[in-house]
Design a protein around this ligand. Structure first.
Ligand code: AMP
Ligand code: MG
Length: 342
């Protein structure tokens, strides 16, 4: 069983940070909280340590990792920021870091190929989670940290969920409570453009197109779920998948329950007038944001609810669609990927 260290009081936090940093320095992996989801961390500049992330997650080597920096100054140590976007990158990191925004930039030679899956670019961010930042400061080096789940499975937003995914496979889990955003960071690519720089969203997330439009012309990398990713490798069609089959039901009229089958509902706001809650005798209904429905609240609960519904042993999970703007873009993208048969 993997030990879990708590962080609720000063002395507990101190001990947890010390132990996490000690293991990371020794080339081990540790599960850490971030503001997005829990990450499985290793020293990004130590290829043998990074290999342990791939092993624990059973992650294929073609899927690159995100590198988390302890401070903004360190960006130039891992990335070669092109001259023509230096000013805009500076502006973006100034405003958005620490926070759930990842930038893809040309990499420096010190970043091992295993981290970037052999790509000439590296994905970088700086977490604002206080526990994560303490550990990053104590290590004083960039940290590679993908989500702390088995490859393709539901991302963990609590220490308990990390236990479900990786218990016995890693030496330590730091419990920092629930994740404040609940969904993975927004990933962007920045290019020079006239009159404005061009910002392409490679993966939608908590930082929305609206949040980014102050920095340039925002483009979405629109790709159907059956497309294999080119720009954001690892953005695989089938992903974030519960073990239970999941169907994104665009219209309630499209549902005909099959006799003998057991269904659970992932409802956006649980309102009968939306036409979903009364469709059948649900084994269970989980509501993402009861009342009027708030997308950021739904995001916080999204992976938790999916994990709960997956644990019921029903035949199918039916998901209601959400508004496809703001954080709803990321959740709808994840629901589509979760619904792809694999
Ligand atoms: P996560 O598992 O949440 O840490 O996400 C890692 C994801 O970031 C990968 O699956 C890719 O989609 C994306 N990513 C990482 N590095 C790069 C890169 N160099 N270029 C484009 N996307 C990247
Ligand atoms: Mg992941």
């Amino acid at each position: 069983m993997t030990p879990i260290l708590q962080t609720d009081t000063g002395p507990l936090l101190h001990k947890a940070v010390e132990e996490a940093a000690r293991l990371l320095k020794a080339g081990e992996v540790v599960a850490l909280p971030t503001e997005t989801v829990y990450g499985l961390a290793a020293d990004a500049l130590n290829p043998a340590a990074v290999a342990k992330i791939f092993e624990a997650k059973e992650r294929p080597s073609f899927d690159p990792l995100i590198v988390h920096l302890p401070n903004k100054k360190m960006l130039d140590e891992v990335a070669e920021v092109p001259e023509d976007i230096r000013a805009i990158v500076q502006k973006i990191t100034e405003k958005m870091w620490p926070g759930p925004l990842t930038l893809v930039l040309p990499k420096k030679a010190c970043v091992p190929d295993i981290v970037t899956a052999g790509l000439p670019t590296v994905a970088v961010r700086m977490s604002k989670n206080a526990v994560f930042r303490r550990v990053a400061d104590a290590l004083g080096k960039p940290i590679a940290a993908p989500s702390a789940n088995r490859f393709g499975s539901i991302s963990p937003t609590s220490a308990n969920a990390v236990v479900d995914e990786l218990d016995g496979r890693i030496p330590l889990i730091i419990d920092g409570g629930a994740c404040l955003c609940g969904i993975e960071s927004t990933i962007i690519k920045v290019e020079a453009g006239s009159p404005k720089p061009i910002i392409t969203i490679l993966r939608p997330g908590p930082i929305t197109p609206d949040d980014l439009k102050a920095f340039g012309k925002v483009k979405h990398l629109v790709r159907s779920v059956i497309d294999e990713a080119t720009d954001a490798p690892g953005q695989l069609a089938s992903h974030y998948a519960p073990r239970t089959p999941l169907r994104l039901l665009s219209k309630p009229e499209d549902f005909t329950p099959e006799p003998g089958k057991r269904y659970a509902l992932m409802s956006y706001r649980g309102d009968a007038s939306d036409g979903y809650t009364g469709l059948t005798e649900w084994v269970h209904v989980q509501i993402l944001s009861p009342g009027k429905g708030k997308l950021p609240e739904a995001a916080v609960r999204f992976f938790y609810v999916l994990r709960e519904l997956d644990g019921l042993g029903v035949d199918e999970i039916i998901a209601e669609p959400m508004f496809e703007h703001g954080m709803g873009i990321a959740m709808m993208d994840k629901l589509r990927r979760a619904a792809v048969k694999h």
